[in-house]
Design a protein around this ligand. Structure first.
Ligand code: NAD
Length: 507
């Protein structure tokens, strides 16, 4: 399969379209090496992960070039992928030993105190990671390296639109001489489906439509999955907000990576008192963006869209809105090169329009006037999605209160994307935006593990336990009496006569 630069149309690489049989063979091989990877423990794995982090740093410029070649991002944005990867790998390489430490929970009752209780985190042998095209290097890293830190082997299936960066990651892992527990397989959706057919846990990032297919396939095999899907993130601008910061933040939140970010701002609600002033400032910021194709000279803020389908989708949302009465304040059409679309601000829009209700995943910011906070919250929650949101206000308590009324997996107050750079927090979507979450400190590695419960005797062995055969009603009543005394309340705790009646005189 040829890989194109969407800004110029040139072919920048070729990868195989791997068959189901090839994927099955890759997973089979990963299974062979995984037990040893698990056995070296989090400290042994940390050494390899930090070695790989060094490799990422040493190869940053080359990797950013590969990212840029298959996305047509501005150089400033292409550099973010390897930088983000370096940061994330460091966190999970260093944190995994603590996150995966065995736990010894306190027994819940006196009867259980005869055992030492242990919870062990044992990885799923092979985790399948399937990724989209918007961040070809950072997106795989987000899930591949927490899974490796957990002790799983990983098979990665990157998007067919941008597979080159993922292939580089797998080559880098081999180049440092790390154990062969990470492979990338390239191909279309059918290759992804083969990953789902063979992995023991599936971590998927992509559209809601594909996520639904994957959930169905996983249910058939009874394998667990985690889905990071689409979004339609609202921004709420309140009358007491710092309007300059809000207008800069929302311009960035809507246009970063040409709007191809799952948590990009996709709709804006502004309190009536500041609507005109905010729209003027936002439009000026969006108009000022420099759009074009740079190489390593960093001359532009915004590049192209990933492919023609994406450009056609954005155009449809704008055209449908305009046909229904919307006004374009800036942008509104294709830019002069490749698949690029102009950064666009739309007003006179409402919840009957696709640009407000469907995921656009492009550089559009539809802005709506609302009477007050209550209307903003109601409209923000009027969506099938629930990925994240932002609230702009000078009153921190008000922001915190509103955050707790929004039906989304993350809320940034006076900011965008901040949760994405905080791996100690979970990143997950509600509603059609996902099932499960990535990261969240310890949960980011524990999600790739099965929990194993182990009991070990604390008292010297006896020939047999109270409840073993042959049954004895008197011994059973002693046990039930202790359970009631420990767990019930009031007089019921000690109501021995009621308990004895249950014995019915049987020995
Ligand atoms: P997509 O669903 O079309 O494809 C994603 C991946 O799934 C690709 O690798 C594709 O080959 C593979 N795939 C397709 N059919 C498959 C099948 N039947 N079984 C297994 N794999 C299959 O998504 P896309 O167009 O590449 O990416 C854009 C979408 O990703 C947007 O909806 C965006 O919101 C979402 N996204 C979500 C997050 C998040 O964290 N929530 C992050 C980035 C992107």
């Amino acid at each position: 399969m040829d890989v194109h630069n969407p800004g110029t149309g040139e072919i920048v690489g070729t990868v195989p379209n791997e068959t189901s049989a090839a994927v099955a063979a890759t997973v089979q091989e990963l299974r062979l090496y995984q037990p040893e990877w698990e056995a070296i423990g989090p400290k042994g794995r940390k050494a390899w992960l930090l070695e790989f982090q060094d490799w990422l740093i040493d190869n940053t410029e080359r990797l950013a070039s590969v990212v840029q070649s298959e996305t047509a991002k501005p150089w400033a944005e292409a550099l973010i992928d390897p930088g983000f990867a370096t940061d994330l790998i460091g966190y999970y390489a260093r944190g995994a030993a603590e996150f995966l430490a065995e736990e010894h929970p306190s027994p819940h009752s006196p009867l259980a105190r005869v055992k030492r209780l242990t919870t062990v985190y044992r990885p799923y042998p092979v985790v399948g990671v399937i990724t989209p095209w918007n961040f070809p290097l950072a997106m795989p890293v987000m899930d591949v390296f927490p899974a490796l830190a957990a002790g799983a082997a990983v098979v990665l299936k990157p998007s067919e639109v941008t597979p080159l960066s993922a292939v580089e990651l797998a080559k880098g892992w081999a180049a440092i001489g790390a154990p062969p527990v990470f492979s990338a397989v390239t191909g279309t959706g059918a290759t992804g489906a083969a990953v789902v057919d063979n992995a023991d846990f599936v971590q998927f990032t992509g559209s809601t439509a594909t996520g639904r297919k994957i959930a169905t396939a996983c249910a058939e095999r009874m394998v667990p999955y985690s889905l990071e899907l689409g979004g339609k993130d609202p921004a709420i601008v309140l009358a007491d907000a710092d309007l300059d910061r809000a207008a800069h933040g929302i311009a960035f939140g809507g246009m970063f990576n040409s709007g191809q970010v799952c948590i990009s701002v996709e709709r804006v609600y502004v309190e009536a008192a500041v609507y005109d002033e905010f729209v003027t400032k936002l439009t000026a910021n969006v108009e000022a963006l420099r759009q074009g194709i740079d190489r390593h000279d960093s001359r532009f803020d915004i590049g192209a869209l990933a492919n023609e389908n994406q450009a056609a989708l954005v155009q449809r949302h704008v055209d449908e809105a305009v046909a229904a009465g919307a006004t374009v304040l800036t942008g509104g059409g294709r830019a002069a090169f490749g698949t690029a679309f102009e950064p666009t601000v739309l007003v006179d829009v409402d919840h009957t329009m696709s640009c407000v209700t469907e995921e656009t995943f492009g550089p559009t910011l539809p802005v709506m006037k609302v009477a007050d906070e209550a209307e903003a919250i109601r409209l923000a929650n009027d969506s099938v999605y629930g990925l994240s949101a932002s609230v702009w206000t000078d009153d921190k308590a008000r922001g915190a209160r509103i955050a707790r009324q929004l039906d989304v997996g993350a809320v940034n107050i006076n900011d965008v994307f901040a949760n994405l750079f905080s791996y100690a927090l979970p990143m997950g979507g509600w509603g059609l935006s996902g099932v499960g979450a990535r990261w969240g400190g310890a949960n980011g590695v524990r999600k790739y593990c099965r929990q194993q419960a182990i009991t070990t005797p604390l008292v010297p062995p006896r020939p047999k336990e109270l409840f073993w055969y042959p049954y004895s009603m008197s011994k059973l009543l002693v046990m039930l009496g202790i359970m009631r005394a420990a767990g019930a309340r009031g007089l019921r705790r000690l109501n021995v006569s009621a308990l004895l009646k249950l014995g019915g005189g049987t020995k």
